[in-house]
Design a protein around this ligand. Sequence first.
Ligand code: NAP
Ligand code: F7E
Length: 344
Amino acid sequence: MTKVLITGITGQDGAFLADQLLAKGYEVVGTTRRGSTPKMGRLDRLGITHKLKFVSMELTEFSNVINVLRAEKPDYIYNLGAQSFVLDSFEHPHLTSEINYHGYLNILEAIKIQGLDCSVYQASTSEMYGDVLSDPQNEDTPFNPMSPYAVSKAAAHYLGRNYRAAYGIKASNGILFNHESELRGREFVTRKITSQLAILLEQQGEAVKLGNLDSVRDWGYAPDYVAGMILINEAKVASDYVIATNTVSTVRNFFKSSAIAAGFSPVFDGEGINERCICKKSSKVLCEVDEKYFRPSDVNYLRGDYSKIERELGWSPTVSLEEMTEKMMASDIDWVKKGYPPSF
Ligand code: NAP
Ligand code: F7E
């Protein structure tokens, strides 16, 4: 039976990926780290926790990584484990680099030293394009990273390319643009908006405090993107691929669409730090700007060109931003109505 090992299985992408790989009949092993509270919320929500095997693995511990790979001998590895929150990387640059760069180095070294016959997928990111040097961004667009997170991911990206060239390791990079879902972490802007709007609608929550409303992102739906990861890792030839939608929205516009999906009548007024959004019907303040959420340097614009993966592997997005916004908003209203906070 085909055996797959996923680092970061408890995260958004790890959960959807495990679900799709189980559906293909694969044996799925997920690596986890001990914590003081349970971390299986997303896997429980998909109803797959009992179908998975878990092994304890900390990416930054080389002996741990080599021992796990020696014991499991997977056919495919997906390295999704990361410190993935960009804002946090400015506060924890060493930790971010240790996990995101050295963690992947540990995996590649473990494969090399043991001569493992497997394909490995690395979770590269559109953040590497940073202050973009051309538009839209594709596999040939130069990187111009704007955060310690983006620098750590760019270093890991080049490392994978180097191990492919130097040692013939089947290492692919998926350069994924932002992808969101009902299972997205609540610190990321889309889910922060839908979860807090749901509280505002169903209970008397406070206005959502946001940072850079002008930021433009190319947002797609996570299950679509995870399907692309599988195509990349199972392709005959290891390579690098962009996964994106080639459509864009501002944070402000995402907020407006979410508020409409929740049944509010949002209207923005004011400028800069004084900008806010009010519901025309109820006069409730829905959102305000808070400088706390500005980044020392932000990525202001991203738009991905996914024509290589469409042409070579037949991938294209199936869920529009509007559909995704409605799904996320409905899911968050549902959990607030049921009266329990999700464990993710
Ligand atoms: P996520 O929800 O933040 O999940 C991150 C996962 O990494 C969690 O399972 C976490 O485990 C694990 N992890 C963190 N530190 C680790 C360590 N030291 N050792 C082992 N595992 C560790 O991230 P995501 O949104 O699913 O993204 C998956 C990957 O894609 C990440 O590498 C991210 O950087 C990259 N990416 C994401 C996007 C996006 O838009 N979502 C776009 C491009 C690239 P715990 O539960 O124990 O914390
Ligand atoms: O921010 C702006 C913020 O944190 C998007 C990760 O998955 O995708 C994600 O990184 C934009 C930024 O995602 C708030 O300044 C405004 O310009 O949702 P985000 P991200 O930083 O793009 C990439 C592809 C990854 O690889 C990462 O792992 O929204 N923004 N106000 C805000 N962002 C947050 N989080 N919170 C706010 O209040």
